[in-house]
Ligand binder design. Structure first.
Ligand SMILES: NC(=O)c1ccc[n+]([C@@H]2O[C@H](COP(=O)([O-])OP(=O)(O)OC[C@H]3O[C@@H](n4cnc5c(N)ncnc54)[C@H](O)[C@@H]3O)[C@@H](O)[C@H]2O)c1
Length: 269
């Protein structure tokens, strides 16, 4: 389905680790729609992941950047703007919690790990936008997106400190979105995606159960990573120019469903 929705648009895509990654699907679809972009990931992910295949497939350059390092982000933005001029879109598709990885309960969080989760999963979004704004790297009507999860609003007990990180991420989108809009006419949003079987998603304890529950409790079922990528493309396109500072649910209706018949039937005596 190539409609050239992103013809002539240039951007940066963070977070394509392997072909399950949401960012991987976004890169494939952005390429299909005529965009050019730099692929970036943390140095360790560039060594261990398979981003090289994606770079080849989408004819993209790869630049390593730890999204918590201002120095790395400055280098990344410089490489991107030297190559493309000003940018039209940035995808922040990054999440990591050491407390989740080590199975440490939320109430026993190690606070060094907790701060790391905030830095990698949320504050990095602020850092990327700060550098992009300071370097005047975005074109007017550009679009910046990050990926979130409904644990920012409602409790999913095993989502752990990532829930706090997502709340912060969404708040950063609103607040930075205000300033980026007012100063540079750039829009900033988060997409709150259904549970999706990726490396980060499957790392959350009980992923299979809450993913199946979400599927049963959504009239349309869980949204796939491919459809999430389609939604990202619309938000990078010129058809959504006045959408900003939003957290947009892309979840098959889960966020507004109290109880589906499918779930109710499971409780019928
Ligand atoms: N999978 C889900 O169920 C789900 C649901 C809603 C939202 N999300 C969000 O989608 C985004 C993408 O995750 P995914 O599910 O595609 O998993 P993924 O594991 O494929 O992607 C996470 C990415 O974050 C990168 N990353 C980690 N630390 C980094 C750092 N310091 N600097 C730069 N990059 C770093 C990883 O290398 C990886 O590429 C995350 O924000 C995640 O929280 C995922």
């Amino acid at each position: 389905m190539a409609n050239n929705l992103l013809a002539g648009k240039k951007g940066i895509i963070f977070g394509a680790l392997n072909e399950d990654s949401i960012a991987w699907k976004v890169a494939e679809k952005a390429h299909e729609q005529g965009a050019e972009f730099i692929l970036t990931n943390a140095p360790v992910a560039m060594r261990m992941g398979s981003m090289g295949d994606l770079a080849e497939k989408t004819n993209s350059e790869m630049v390593s950047a730890d999204a918590t390092s201002i120095e790395d982000i400055e280098n990344l933005i410089k490489v991107a703007t030297d190559k493309f001029g000003k940018l039209d879109f940035i995808l922040h598709s990054i999440g990591m919690s050491v407390n989740v990885r080590k199975g440490i309960h939320y109430t026993h969080s190690n606070h060094d790990y907790y701060m790391k989760a905030m830095d990698v999963s949320a504050i990095s979004f602020h850092k990327v936008m700060k550098v992009a704004m300071e370097k005047d790297a975005m074109n007017e009507w550009g679009s910046i997106l990050a990926l979130s999860y409904i644990a920012a609003q409602r409790v999913f007990p095993d989502y752990n400190d990532m829930a706090d990180a997502k709340s912060l991420l969404e708040s950063i989108a609103r607040n930075f979105g205000y300033h980026f809009g007012a100063q540079k006419k750039v829009r900033v949003n988060t997409i709150s995606q259904s549970p999706t079987p990726t490396t980060a998603g499957s790392g959350v304890k009980g992923f299979d159960s809450f993913s199946r529950y979400a599927d049963d409790n959504s009239p349309l079922g869980n949204a796939t990573s491919e459809s999430c990528a389609d939604y990202c493309i619309t938000l990078f396109s010129d058809f959504t120019r006045y959408v900003t500072m939003q957290n947009l649910f892309h979840d098959g209706g889960f966020s507004y469903t109290g109880l589906s018949h499918e779930v109710m039937d499971k409780y019928a005596k």
